[in-house]
Design a protein around this ligand. Sequence first.
Ligand code: EPZ
Length: 421
Amino acid sequence: MDKIVVEGGNRLEGSVRINGAKNAALPIMAACLLLHGPSRIKGIPDIIDIRTQSEILRNLGGDVKKAEDGALEIIFRDGENDDKFTAPYELVRKMRASICVLGPLLSKRRRAKVSYPGGCVIGQRPIDLHIKGLAALGAQIETTEGYINATADKLKGAHISFTGKTVLGTCNVLTAAVLAEGTTTIEYAACEPEVQDLANFLNKAGARITGIGENKMTVEGVQKLYGVDYEIIPDRIEAGTFMIAGAITRGDITLENARQEHLGAVIDKLREIGVEITPSGNTIRVKGCDLYHAVDVMTLPYPGMPTDMQAQFMALLCIAEGKSIISEKIFPDRFIHAAELRRMGADIRVDGPSAIIRGIPFLSGTEVMVSDLRAGAGLVLAGLVAKGTTQIHRIYHLDRGYERIAERLSSLGADIKRIGE
Ligand code: EPZ
């Protein structure tokens, strides 16, 4: 297993290009099941979760390949694979997001058998809202032997009112509703840019979705959808992670291919901490300073602070002057990284869904273990500013969502390398 070794203290300078969004790419790839003819999707990052999703789609009969220009070409040939409707445990256990094939499979093949995703290290990951939404459209769903078995002779538009915001639950209902008969309304739909990107992709393919990015979305069912060329949005979480890399090293870096409009809560909070942020077109310049201030951070559904940025903010707040409180409102148990940061000298107390951080002048390098993707990002950021050497183990979690993270940080001036163990 590889590890990342960082010698902290280097100031980052230069520019870095942000990749397409993992969490937009995954449901968009699954939605290709619904389309007639080939699609070309540009901007897909080269990360493990995309390879897992490609494998799941191939298992369902899809032809998934990378073109010379890096675009992903996906085609499902009509009538050839209608008997394939299973996403097996071996693949779903690798990536919980594989649940997003449920909606497209039900819609297109009238049957879906998807391994029930378990909880994970960031906490409970129920799927009751997915099931409630799909059942309202007419699906019969039962769980047997660890699998969600869903069938539907016909899907019919319905009014769905979610009782909580769910990103992939909204994606599953959208993908099931686009070819259903009649109109579907989704109250309390997730507004995340990644959900908007899926809806825009589906509309380009011929769907009729309105209210994109709003609490209430409406879907008028259509008869057919067609393959399209599409470029996915830049990854706002990757962008936020690099912004904190610039800030924590008191550097001066510019992100290219970043959308400031998707990063409002992140930019506001970084400015409150004392970071200088200058967006201009599709670039964002981040300039660090010597003294950072403690702030309170509360994760919320979009447009609030993303939970996927919580660990990275925690790393920065470890060296900000004063007492910060992070309240985790999406995944209340998502604090395993706090214990690893404490091993680096951080003063953090976790109290239920909150973490209280008292800033200290510096962190100290040591050996730490990654528990999940974003926790890993937080530990890499902490390593960049720690005195001495930080060795980060179990970096396969990072490979799931960040393309060549060590190499790209190194090109900005960090003393960081990946070593095979
Ligand atoms: C998506 O997961 C993301 N994954 C996560 O990113 C992200 O942390 C999360 O949204 C929140 O923004 C992908 O897009 C692939 P949810 P998802 O359903 O859709 C509760 C990363 O690091 N809930 O929006 O699975 C749930 O417990 C990953 O890239 C129910 O109660 O998350 C949570 O409290 C990690 N019932 C809240 O809703 C349900 O049926 C939000 O979860 C579904 C969810």
